[in-house]
Ligand binder design. Structure first.
Ligand code: FMN
Length: 545
């Protein structure tokens, strides 16, 4: 099959190509090979009305004084090499010691497992361990493992804002400091807290010749302008003074930190799996980029903080779109839960592999249930979202468990608790007696709070059942997931990545980056007036091992 330049997109010649013995070709296969060889330039020629791709030969630019040699053909488009390393901001790679501008985001309860972080890190990308919801002992064991297996290679640990448990947040920050963890993915912050600022400031040292480099790096995930503003600004004076007064940082560290933004990198999180404001990437990223530029003008940092993008990225087109809009790096989430290294179960991986674009829904969140906060979960194959929503409605409208109509109570005990309310309350009491006894005092005095704690037992366990692949509880699985999953499945259809057992985090990442380069090359050809059909581009996932 040959490809016509066509009357509507007839490009003008930008130069000439002279052969060196090799012949150009107009076949789709040759175009596909040339466009997929990312480290080699691509030269598109016009021979009469047909487009051809050259290999070898010599290209010279057209100019009034530059006459084409005999036998030369018109060059209508030229693509320079575009390896994936060049997609994002080179300083992101340089400062963090990475090969590719790609990060896997944290996923709570160790769904973003040590296996994910290790595989991603060894492939030259940044992985973030899912420390949220984990005990200090488990986080400590995970960090020990990562240090042993990765040495000095970079990786992140999630430091998540815990409004209900500030002591746990501070203890996690102290643990990460004591273990020398140099990269933290900060998330769920509505405002800066002493824990996150302490982590950052404690990493400042005066360097040789006055050079100051923050040793504790923060990649902050944000979806709101107010929060982004705090991370893109220096730490507030008052907080610095309090940290000094508490002996957590020195005067010198506070003075040095005041010249830097709180975060080195800000990940803009658009509509995603788990907690999300459901904002569209196409509007949120430009907003935060503009904010970054404004704050850079105001604070004149030596190195401006970078802005990356998360949320919905699971195809070459979305990855290419992110970079085209100016993302310094990209972050994936949902798609990694569906990979073999995730801390989830095979049953969940199979459910995720069957998800379509619309198979996700917002459902009440266990951690902020009483506030009505929701998160995005898988809808297909589980009734969790419907059941959790029912519990929230009852919590909102009834003052106590006893005030709920009896028929409803019977249903909930039979289908959700599979036990009596009293039994679940006993279990709940045991849990909170160890974790935070204050909750129990409140619950004894307030029957609605008692009901909330019991409902949260169901919401909390439903994600653990999913991770464990608990047989017989599939209908209650809570699986955090965004529309990215459906987009990925659609792209992977018919390729080796369709089967869940073939999905590896590195295989997915490299395919997304490679595909993003191909999509970017296609856009660059179009901008030069060359509009080739799908068959000329290697768009399907490739085997990576
Ligand atoms: N982000 C966090 O910062 N901390 C978490 O504990 C966390 N848990 C998540 C759990 C799951 C199962 C998923 C899918 C996402 C979670 N996220 C969490 C968000 C991801 O790190 C990432 O930012 C997001 O999933 C990217 O959007 P996507 O799902 O559209 O790919």
């Amino acid at each position: 099959m040959t490809h016509s330049a066509g009357p509507t997109n007839r490009p003008t010649a930008i130069g000439y190509w002279a052969p060196d013995g090799t012949l150009p070709s107009g076949s789709s296969e040759e175009f596909r090979t040339a466009l997929g060889a990312l480290r080699t330039p691509v030269v598109v020629l016009r021979e009469r009305d047909e487009l051809q791709v050259a290999s070898g030969g010599v290209v010279c630019l057209a100019s009034p004084t530059n006459q084409p040699p005999a036998g030369a053909r018109e060059v209508v488009a030229y693509l320079p090499p575009l390896p994936p390393e060049q997609l994002g901001d080179p300083t992101f790679l340089q400062e963090h010691g990475l090969k590719y501008p790609y990060m896997t985001g944290a996923m709570a309860n160790g769904i973003a497992s040590c296996e994910i972080v290790e595989a991603i890190s060894k492939a030259g990308m940044l992985g973030s361990f899912g420390a949220a919801g984990q005990s200090l002992e488990r986080i400590s064991a995970a960090v020990d493992r990562l240090k042993a297996n990765l040495g000095d290679a970079p990786y992140c640990v999630n430091l998540i804002h815990s409004p209900g448990e500030p002591a746990h947040e501070m203890a996690t920050a102290e643990l990460l400091l004591s273990k020398g963890v140099t990269h933290v993915e900060a998330s769920a912050y509505l405002d800066l807290t002493p824990a996150i600022v302490r982590y950052r400031v404690a990493g400042f040292r005066g360097g040789v010749g006055g050079l100051v480099i923050p040793l504790n790096r923060i990649v902050a995930k944000v979806s709101r302008v107010e929060v982004a503003t705090k991370f893109l600004s220096p730490p507030p004076d008052k907080m610095l003074r309090e940290l000094v007064a508490a002996g957590h940082v020195t005067e010198r560290q506070a003075a040095l930190a005041a010249k830097f933004p709180v975060a080195d990198d800000v990940t803009v999180e658009a509509d995603s799996g788990g907690h999300t404001d459901n904002r569209p990437a196409i509007t949120l990223l430009p907003t935060i980029l503009a904010l970054r530029d404004r704050l850079q003008t105001q604070f004149r940092y030596d190195a401006p903080p970078r802005v990356g993008l998360a949320g919905g990225i699971a195809t070459p087109a979305s990855a290419a779109g992110a970079f085209a809009m100016g993302a310094a790096y990209i972050v994936t989430g949902s798609v990694n839960q569906a990979c073999v290294e995730s801390g989830s179960s095979d049953t969940v991986r199979k459910m995720l592999a069957e998800a379509g674009q619309a198979d996700v829904i917002m459902a009440p969140a266990a951690d902020m249930f009483e506030l009505g906060v929701k998160l995005q979960v898988l809808k297909r194959g589980t009734m969790f979202a419907m059941r959790a929503q029912k519990l929230y409605e009852l919590y909102r409208t009834c003052a106590s468990w006893e005030a709920i109509p009896e028929a409803e109570r019977v249903q909930i005990e039979k289908n959700l608790f599979r036990s009596s309310f009293q039994n679940i309350w006993d279990l709940t009491r045991e849990f909170w007696a160890k974790r935070e006894p204050g909750q129990l005092q409140r619950a004894e005095a307030d029957p609605r709070h008692r009901m909330a704690l019991v409902f949260r037992w169901y919401l909390g366990l439903s994600s653990r059942w999913a991770n464990a692949g608990e047989p017989g509880r599939q209908i209650d699985y809570q699986v955090w997931c965004g529309p990215a999953m459906g987009a990925f499945n659609e792209w992977a259809k018919g390729s080796h990545l369709e089967a869940p057992q073939n999905r590896t985090v590195v295989g997915v990442a490299l395919n997304l980056l490679y595909g993003a380069c191909v999509v970017s090359r296609r856009a660059a050809l179009r901008q030069q007036g060359v509009n080739l059909p799908d068959v000329c581009f290697p768009l399907a996932p490739l085997a990576t091992d």
